[in-house]
Design a protein around this ligand. Sequence first.
Ligand code: ATP
Ligand code: MG
Length: 473
Amino acid sequence: MKGRDIISDDIFKTISDVADAMKVEAYVVGGYVRDFMLKRPLPNDIDVVAVGSGIELAEKLSEALPKKPKVTVFKRFGTAMLRHNDIELEFVGARKESYRADSRKPTVEDGTLEDDQRRRDFTINALAVRLNNDGFGELIDPFNGLTDLENEIIQTPLDPDITFSDDPLRMMRAIRFAAQLHFTIHPKTLAAIRKNADRLHIVSVERIMTEFNKIMTCERPSEGLALLFETGLLPYFLPEINALQGVEEVEGQLHKDNFYHTIEVVDNISKNTENLWLRWAALLHDIGKPVVKKFDSKVGWTFHGHEFLGGKMVPRIFKRLKLPLGSTSKYVQKMVAMSSRPTALTNENVTDSAVRRLLFDAGDDIDDLMLLVEADITTKNERRKRKYLNNFREVRERLVKVEEEDKLRNWQPPISGKEIMDAFNLPPGREVGLIKSAIKEAILDGEIHNDYDAAMAFMKEKGPHILQSDEKP
Ligand code: ATP
Ligand code: MG
């Protein structure tokens, strides 16, 4: 198969004619060619390289299209973009780049197609398909990208030391593509990532996160996470995850390696959710552990309070990584902080009240939380694993029952503060709060049902006692 069938779309034919009329060479490059060859779903964005002005090619193309789509020009980058139907076409002039050590902003000059292919990150992304009528569909592959696609290898077109030192973001991209495509990073390229890892510090956190979140979106994010750890890139942006690695032994007692546990949990959850932030919660669920870890001769290793502390670490991490604050970081914090709650429920002595409180505290996030705790089971002991899963199934059943009875998911107090004030002739203040929370506790304890009449009767009966005993001290 050659590139020809890639470009059966009409738009390519129009580009051919326009490019021929301008007497410039035009090629499709990058992700579109790669994904076509791999028979992956074709991306909606197509990159076109012109040997000449990419901006001019875009403008002439727009004139030739019936709808004359708007051309967005990025002068500073020498690129132009237009939309045709639901395809986004990006045009760039072939260029040659040279870099200085202290910046990832290159000096750019016009170049040949091969110059342009040489400055690309990986051989599999450096494939070009010719669009001009003369030679239409021909594949131009000076760096053997097709062979690497067949052998499932990620490697740089140039000496990887040069490619990575020119733009260290490419180290993240190598791992991202390896994880997305299940490819292997060539040993020389991998060695160069290890060697240049510290260069990541010149890359902006936004760009790092774009690639990292693509890794987190993969079918098995652990493939990327393990590589980030093994190459030494991880501590530059997530030292908290890096610190999970390692097994310590005291008095013959070992604890598990929480890094490898964590990445397995991320894979587990990824089988059951596309929700990136739930995946992040899985990633961060144990970050409090290294901080609170203690050894006690009687009970062995303990990690008391790690969930709460881990939860508190979340907003700081999100801020540092410029991830969405507000409801997103709160959600992740809550998931981390609650990540052992359902587990604590699985002992035989679990009470209805505990199930109610779990549902009350988790609210609408209860289903996500249950997915998280199930993903957290990484024991290789099949009998134990079955036992945990059975326990969680029981918790789920009891959650359903409690929810049917008492609708605690999005709990609203059945009696308002105003009603309490009217009933006891109280001014706003402390006492109203005391009665309010007594009602809430009675509902959570299952003493009364979560409805208006039950709460009203309870308030009338208990209210006077509460007020009386509040006066005493
Ligand atoms: P996807 O769109 O799935 O992320 P892609 O290969 O299209 O994959 P883009 O980030 O859209 O990736 O980049 C388009 C093309 O531009 C790449 O295929 C590659 O040839 C080139 N490229 C992108 N970023 C870099 C970079 N940092 N260094 C070198 N070449 C790059
Ligand atoms: Mg792309």
